[in-house]
Design a binder for this molecule. Structure first.
Ligand code: PMP
Length: 372
């Protein structure tokens, strides 16, 4: 089975599994307990993981809060900001091509009286910075825009967005779920990013664990938000609940490996993508169109239209030998809102398949396409 749905999730690396196992078995302590070694070991393991995740995205350890994944982080940041800054304003800016965990959270807030601007996107799912500039008003409390799109792979102009938000004094959240471990960046270079979401299972870590990056000022004070989950006060009161130590350890190991191998992994992805384009063009020649941009994108993501062929039928037919998808796994029952917002017709959307690679795919295995 050739697995080409790595934007949906990635397989756990063996090193990650090995790092996690002791914390599911003998090292089962609760990191919030005190004094005895099981608790201390668990706490140390969590803090070591925090260091690795912080290094991967270029921030300090205290700016990392562990969550259950990007869906939770997106909810936490958007609802938490909306609630905390309610007296300052009620306007949020996002785009039409965001993940459902952002869009549905914004819709929920609209039902509670908040005002949301959904920016239009271009043919590749990117917002225009001029539109963003023109949409910010006195009541704007948050801009939430994804870094890399989960279907088209396009990168938003994050540096410009970050600068605009910094200059206009508006908090900026970016859903970086699809880019962490896939592109090189350091949050030090983006002073306008206040919040960031990422998820371990997108870079060969376990499912059910993610991170909220919450910027601290020069005095070490976190940008305040209202917590989404109240309780025992874990994670500095921002995310209560006993920490999933084994998963957090897995995220830390995956982050360590992702950072150590980032350069070579990106080179591998670029090479694999070139090979995939070659085999697809050879096999299907004039019957395919690439919806994705060829530049400013996440390496290894291709969004391909098979002219006149229904994507559901194609994906099902390929399923015994190859895992690909019609779009995002989180909204797979509906025709892609991302492609529709980028101006594709319903028919074009229904002809589209997403291929997403990982550095562990074998180049030789791509010859499978020749046998189709
Ligand atoms: N945002 C984006 C851009 C995603 O691709 C995903 C996962 N499909 C999520 C958020 C949700 O992440 P999680 O699975 O960790 O909840």
């Amino acid at each position: 089975m050739l697995y080409l749905d790595n934007s949906a999730t990635t397989p756990l690396l063996p090193e990650v599994k090995d790092a996690m196992l002791p914390y599911l078995l003998e090292e089962f302590g609760n990191p919030s307990s005190k004094y005895y070694s099981l608790a201390i070991n668990a706490k140390e393991a969590v803090e070591s993981a925090r260091t690795h995740v912080a290094r991967l995205i270029g921030c300090s350890n205290n700016e990392i809060t562990f969550t259950s994944g990007s869906t939770e982080t997106n909810n936490m940041i958007i609802k938490g900001t909306a609630d905390y800054y309610h007296s300052k304003g009620n306007h949020i800016i996002t785009s039409k091509a965001e993940h459902p965990s952002v869009l549905d959270t914004c819709k929920f807030l609209e039902s509670k009286g908040y005002e949301v601007t959904y920016l239009e996107v271009d043919r590749y799912g990117r917002i225009s910075v001029e539109d963003l500039q023109g949409s910010i008003k006195d009541t704007t409390i948050l801009v939430t825009l994804m870094w890399g799109n989960n279907e088209l792979g396009s990168l938003n102009p994050i540096e410009q967005i970050s600068n605009i938000c910094l200059n206009r004094n508006v908090l900026f959240h970016t859903d970086a779920t699809q880019v962490v471990g896939k592109i090189h960046f350091s949050l030090e270079d983006y002073p306008g990013i206040t919040f960031l979401s990422c998820s371990a299972h997108k870079f060969h870590g376990p499912k059910g664990t993610g991170t909220a990056y919450i910027r601290q000022d020069q005095y070490g004070i976190s940008t305040p938000i209202t917590p989404l989950i109240h309780g025992g006060g874990q994670e500095n009161g921002l995310r209560s609940g006993t920490l999933a130590v084994h998963n957090i350890v897995g995220m830390g190991k995956a982050a360590e490996l992702a950072l150590r191998n980032l350069k070579i992994n990106i080179e591998t992805l670029v090479e694999l993508e070139e090979e995939l384009i070659t085999v697809l063009e050879k096999k299907f020649s004039s019957h395919i169109l690439f919806n994705n941009d060829s530049k400013d994108k996440i390496p290894g993501v291709l969004n391909v239209q098979f002219i006149g062929i229904n994507n559901e039928i194609l994906v099902k037919k390929l399923a015994p030998i190859m895992a690909v998808s019609t779009g995002s796994a989180c909204s797979s029952s509906k025709p892609s809102h991302v492609l529709q917002s980028a101006g594709f017709s319903l028919e074009q959307v229904r002809n589209t398949v997403r291929f997403s690679l990982s550095h562990i795919v074998n180049k030789e295995d791509l010859v499978l396409f020749n046998n189709l």
